[in-house]
Design a protein. Structure first.
Length: 310
């Protein structure tokens, strides 16, 4: 989800390798790292092999959409065209199940559509009124495309089978520190969360630490706001804060003491936005709490001298 630097110059055959796909998966967490992407794919497999397959199909199709739309070479090789499609595949598995042909068809279509939707957001943020803020499209294409599919396929929805026994004990709440991480990719699984967190530390210790910070803040804020133990333990209250913490501490702002404090505040605000959106709308809001909070805080950051862009 970072910004490219150079235009495409080489033929696809010279740079479109298998590593582009796992890098696209890793870009869900703003990283262009093959090993991180492979660990995230392993996290999908741990949760459900069909979910992993759909995520992989989504990554491949959205990457191909980027190639067809002549996205810059650096963007493709870094995985910038793949992460939204990965999330589309994961989300459609949760919504429609993995045993239906329609799930695979819609994953392909949704992942391909992420290409032009990404173009639209990039165009929007490049307009004179918004260009000064340097806003990223981030996962907005995924949320937009999957939100439309969700509404249009209501009759095909399945009930999630990823619920686990829970209680309000300290050990159970500690589980949320990992499920907050795994729920970023719509997985409710401690081991998947652990694999993803390891992958983030592989990419950068700062990124791993920021994810852990966002997870802790998300859980603490959810507890303070009286969220149910089930919601907290399954990571549904804290996952967006994980992304906000990473985005503001080390990705879209230069990593300083100020950016980390700002990221911590952002993670707390994201928790409030998550609760507000949950109360206002019964359906899934995906990563919109992270997106909206990060956009607003990046705008505000342009007026704070201590917060610099990379």
């Amino acid at each position: 989800m970072t910004t490219s630097r150079t235009a495409a110059t080489a033929a696809p055959s010279t740079w479109l390798t298998w590593e582009v796909v796992p890098r696209g998966v890793s870009e869900i967490f703003f990283q262009s790292n093959t090993w991180t992407g492979l660990l995230i794919l392993a996290a999908f497999v741990v949760a459900d092999w069909q979910m992993a397959l759909l995520a992989l199909i989504g990554a491949i199709c959205s990457t191909l959409a980027g190639v067809l739309m002549r996205v810059k070479t650096d963007d493709i090789t870094m995985g910038m065209a793949g992460f939204n499609g990965t999330l589309v595949g994961a989300a459609l598995f949760v919504e429609l199940g993995g045993g239906k042909v329609w799930t695979y068809v819609l994953t392909v279509v949704g992942a391909l559509v992420c290409g032009p939707v990404t173009w639209f957001f990039n165009w929007l943020f490049a307009t004179p009124a918004l260009s000064r803020f340097g806003l990223p499209s981030t996962t907005a294409p995924f949320c937009s495309v999957t939100g439309v599919i969700y509404v249009l396929t209501t009759s095909l929805h399945v009930e999630s089978s990823s619920h686990h026994a829970f209680d309000e004990s300290a050990g159970s709440l500690l589980r949320s520190l990992l499920t907050n991480v795994s729920e970023v990719v719509l997985i409710n699984n401690v081991w998947s969360g652990a694999l993803i967190l390891v992958g983030l530390f592989v990419a950068s210790w700062k990124v791993g630490l920021a994810a852990a910070m966002g997870s802790v803040i998300g859980t603490l804020c959810a507890l303070a706001m009286g969220e149910s133990a089930e919601t907290i333990v399954e990571g549904l209250a804290g996952y967006s804060g994980v992304l906000t913490a990473i985005a503001l501490s080390v990705v879209f702002l230069r990593s300083t003491v100020g950016s980390w404090i700002y990221a911590a505040v952002g993670a707390a605000i994201t928790a409030v936005v998550t609760v507000a959106m949950t109360d206002a709308y019964g359906g899934p809001h995906f990563t919109w709490p992270y997106i909206l909070t990060t956009w607003v805080l990046l705008v505000i950051a342009t007026f704070i001298p201590a917060l610099k862009r990379p």
